[in-house]
Design a protein around this ligand. Structure first.
Ligand code: SAM
Length: 295
């Protein structure tokens, strides 16, 4: 079979979209990558080989999909935009190890998709240039459904990547950092300029690698309650942890009891949530759970 020309060059991207009369939909976060170097960085960060599978979310016209197909044993790409399905059929050589699924990734049963698509491979990574309008819901769906993933390597808005990778103490550290770091070890791969996309987005971008942990970063009695405590603690960032927890869990009870639980968790009540580590949140949520504060 003849080698199909790389779709990610600016000339070829423009040629394909013109020939198909394709118009970009901003509402679907359609910013296509046209830079070989960035595509290679994304693919190599995923550490794929012929024994591994890749799930791509939003293949667009298939620039990243082509590169993934060169290294992975199985590639499945989920695209919401029906207009791109015939283009993907043309760009991706008919190949038994690449499959395009038309659908909204947020509505798909991913556990079922994994069983159907990745039964033969030894590990699966999500690799994608994500639509920015749904970055967080997509990442949280991947993590909360406990899918058997090795890595999540994604191009996202730079500011969101920095929040995911932030350490306690900084202003970027918040409930998103904790949710991501509970399940993964984040690593910023590179910052990406606007110029590598068609059309150019009006925010900065970055590639982040989330290495999925085999065990969560902290062991807690009740995962849902842990995240409830985290959310409550960050409800108003300028307030102390004690004041935020008081509003959520101690509305009718004395401040004294709250102070007692914070002391038991070895947390000074005047601290702000952004200074607490995952371990401290874990300790605190277990103490509040034992005290019967879960509704
Ligand atoms: N992967 C291509 C690239 O790098 O050039 C395109 C990336 S573009 C930033 C995001 C892609 O995600 C678009 O093709 C868009 O149609 C698709 N998309 C948007 N929302 C989606 C969803 N909920 N489920 C699946 N695909 C989606």
């Amino acid at each position: 079979m003849s080698k199909i020309e790389d779709v990610s060059t600016p000339r070829r991207t423009k040629e394909i979209i013109q020939r198909h009369g394709f118009s970009f939909k901003k509402s679907l976060g359609q910013n296509f990558l046209i830079d070989q170097n960035i595509l290679s960085k994304i693919v190599s960060a995923a550490q794929l080989d012929q024994t591994k599978g890749a799930l791509e979310i939003g293949p667009g016209i298939g620039a990243l999909t082509q590169k993934l197909a060169e290294v992975a044993g199985k590639v499945t790409a989920v695209e919401i935009d029906q207009r791109l399905i015939p283009i993907l059929g043309e760009v991706l050589e008919p190949s038994p190890h690449v499959q395009v699924i038309h659908g909204d990734v947020l509505k798909l049963d991913l556990a079922e998709l994994f069983k159907e698509q990745f039964g033969e491979v030894s590990g699966v990574s999500v690799v994608a240039n994500l639509p920015y309008y749904v970055t967080t819901p997509i990442i949280m769906k991947l993590l909360e459904e406990h899918l058997p993933l090795e890595n999540i390597v994604v191009m996202i808005q730079k500011e969101v990547a920095e929040r995911m990778a932030a350490s306690p103490g900084g202003k970027e550290f918040g409930s998103l950092s904790i949710a991501v770091q509970y399940y993964c070890e984040p690593e910023l791969v590179c910052v990406v300029p606007h110029t590598v996309f068609i059309p150019q987005p009006n925010v900065d971008s970055a590639v982040i690698r989330l290495k999925v942990r085999t065990q969560p970063a902290v062991q807690v009695e009740d995962e849902a309650f842990f995240f409830e405590v985290v959310q409550a603690s960050f409800a108003q960032r300028r307030k102390t942890i004690a004041n935020n927890l008081k509003s959520r869990f101690f509305a009718k009870e004395g401040r004294e009891r709250l102070e007692q639980y914070l002391t038991e968790a070895d947390i000074v009540s005047t601290r702000r949530a952004e200074t607490l580590s995952l371990e401290e949140f874990g300790r605190l949520s277990d103490i509040l759970l034992k005290a019967g504060l879960k509704s």
